[in-house]
Design a binder for this molecule. Structure first.
Ligand code: GDP
Length: 526
């Protein structure tokens, strides 16, 4: 154990995830208000890339600028140092969000009480499940008519495949919304719509007391008693260990816009959410309390101004203490680097820091030395893994449009892929390069950035592909036989791993049937 124990134990590094419009930005802002990190509502800008005319690049650029400012928001609350990692809501940038989830120790999921579990929430939860990330659910917009809370809980259990345990409970909703009963702290939090905040908090450990009816109608009181009795009967008592193991999600209800239910959420969060957890490297598990500094790059943000081609590499510190102007080893390049102006992110500000601890995120100015997934250490030869790539949804051949600029194009593609903008597969049969993305917008971003940052012109050509799967086998000869048989459809990813490009679902399932010794993976992490 190191001398930094208290520092590290006080860290809570997490992400808020939701389907767009469920209330992630609003909730983030209210949490920052409680932390005193900002003073007025409206200070947190949504980093949503809004649907604009696709040619409106200035707008996208401006919005990307916002998203770097809000990438990480740190603030202090009670004795805790909280780091919120922002995740892009736009589904075309889902890959970015997946990678951000590798840098957090827990997650809060926001669900719209009227819409329930939506597509994007489901996908993000899959990543949390893979990594056993502890999750808390916040059901938002109780000031509006929504679904029945019991139905919502069932839906969360079923759709997100996690057991739930309500820790607060709504008293009616919409126009008749009275507030919540805080099961975790045993108290009533009352709500008056026109006051738009908690109007009264009353400790209340005995719901059978007739006094309950001083605060709500008789019908509402009876319903609350019955609901809580049902909850106690149906759901096991909250078990923190199960939550930490990623098996049980505590659920809170509230209205982020009205700042209602948010403080209870925060109080419970700081108490139960994990401080930085051990992280698996290829060689061994790394404990956050170890003295030696280790960390990995999970995000690279490029400056889109062509006159200042610089990037910020976002590093999650996995263990020990990071110090300014100290040499650290860049494992992939096998070189020492020191950083004179590392930045930390406090709410709206970016500031140079002298030190940072496990659990923190720092930004390192970069001129092209870093790639997503790179490991930095005090000297130990260590490789963090766990930056999964998912089989993309859309594929196109990328071709050079300007023969004089072949080198610029190659460099641009290499760096953009290193940044994780999209995935590159090189067909082993004809050497052609294929770009895979999750959304159309990424192709446009790539084309634009190649031109403006590298002076290279690319052209897209269609290719009809269904999925890219990473393949492996315990039997080298079986793998060779498969690669020979499918030679036109075998590619290498950026790390040199074998990938099978299936052109239809049918062909893929036939291949799975005909080659039982081959394992087909839809993520690169297996
Ligand atoms: P995000 O896309 O998940 O970041 O969602 P936002 O925080 O931008 O919220 C989407 C919309 O829902 C905005 O118009 C918010 O004002 C609204 N909203 C957020 N929370 C609440 C709430 O508790 N009640 C109501 N009625 N609207 C809300």
């Amino acid at each position: 154990m190191s001398t930094y124990t208290d520092e590290i134990n006080s860290r809570r590094t997490f992400a808020i995830i939701s389907h767009p419009d469920a209330g992630k930005t609003t909730l983030t802002e209210k949490l920052l208000l409680f932390g005193g990190a900002i003073h007025v509502a409206g200070a947190v800008k949504s980093n949503k890339i809004k649907k604009t005319a696709t040619s409106d690049w200035m707008e996208i650029e401006r919005q990307r600028g916002i998203s770097v400012a809000t990438s990480v928001m740190g603030f202090n609350y009670r004795d805790y140092k909280i780091n919120i990692l922002d995740t892009p809501g736009h589904q075309d940038f889902a890959e970015d969000t997946f990678r951000t989830l590798t840098a957090v120790d827990s997650v809060i999921i926001v669900i719209d009480s009227a819409k329930g579990v939506e597509v994007q929430t489901r996908k993000l939860m899959e990543v949390c499940r893979m990594r056993k990330t502890p999750v808390i659910v916040f059901i938002n917009k109780l000031d509006r008519e929504g679904q029945d809370p019991f139905d919502l809980l069932d839906e969360v259990e079923e759709e997100l495949q996690i057991r739930v345990r309500p820790l607060s409970w709504p008293i009616d909703m919409g126009q008749r919304f009275k507030g919540v009963y805080n099961i975790y702290e045993q108290g009533l939090n009352l709500f008056t719509p026109d006051k738009q905040r908690i109007t009264e908090s009353v400790a209340f450990d005995d719901l059978s007391s007739p006094e309950l009816e001083n605060y709500m109608s008789k019908a509402q009181a009876e319903k609350l008693r019955a609901d809580i009795e049902l909850i106690d009967g149906v759901y096991q008592p909250f078990d923190k260990e199960e939550y930490l193991a990623g098996q049980l999600a505590p659920v809170f209800f509230g209205s982020a816009l009205n700042n209602f239910g948010v403080q209870e959420l925060l109080n419970c969060f700081v108490e139960i959410a994990p401080s930085p957890r051990p992280i698996a490297a290829v060689e061994r598990a790394v404990d956050p309390h170890e003295e030696g500094f280790t960390g990995f790059v999970f995000k690279i943000h490029a400056n889109m101004d062509p006159n200042h081609r610089s990037c910020i590499a976002f590093v999650k510190i996995c263990s020990g203490r990071f110090e300014r102007n100290v040499n650290y080893k860049h494992i992939r390049l096998g070189k020492q680097f020191r950083f004179s102006s590392p930045t930390a992110f406090m709410a709206q500000r970016k500031e140079t820091v002298d030190e940072a601890f496990a659990g923190d995120i720092i930004g390192l100015p970069d001129t092209g030395n870093f790639r997503i997934g790179d490991t930095l250490t005090s000297g130990e030869e260590l490789h963090f893994r766990g930056l999964p790539s998912f089989s993309p949804e859309l594929f196109k051949y990328i071709e050079n449009q300007d023969p004089m600029k072949a080198k610029q194009l190659a460099k641009g593609i290499d760096q953009l892929m290193g940044e994780g903008v999209a995935q590159l597969f090189t067909n082993q049969f004809n050497g052609r390069k294929i770009i895979g993305t999750v959304g159309q917008l990424q192709f446009e971003v790539i084309q634009y950035r190649l031109l403006h940052e590298y002076g290279a012109q690319c052209r897209w050509e269609p290719i009809s592909l269904y999925k890219a799967c990473w393949i492996e086998s315990d039997k080298p000869e079986a793998l060779e036989a498969f690669k020979k048989r499918k030679s036109q459809y075998i590619a290498k990813d950026i790390e040199g791993r074998d990938v099978y490009l299936a052109d239809s679902g049918y062909v893929l399932s036939m291949a799975q049937q005909d080659f039982p010794d081959i394992r087909f993976h839809f993520t690169s992490e297996f």
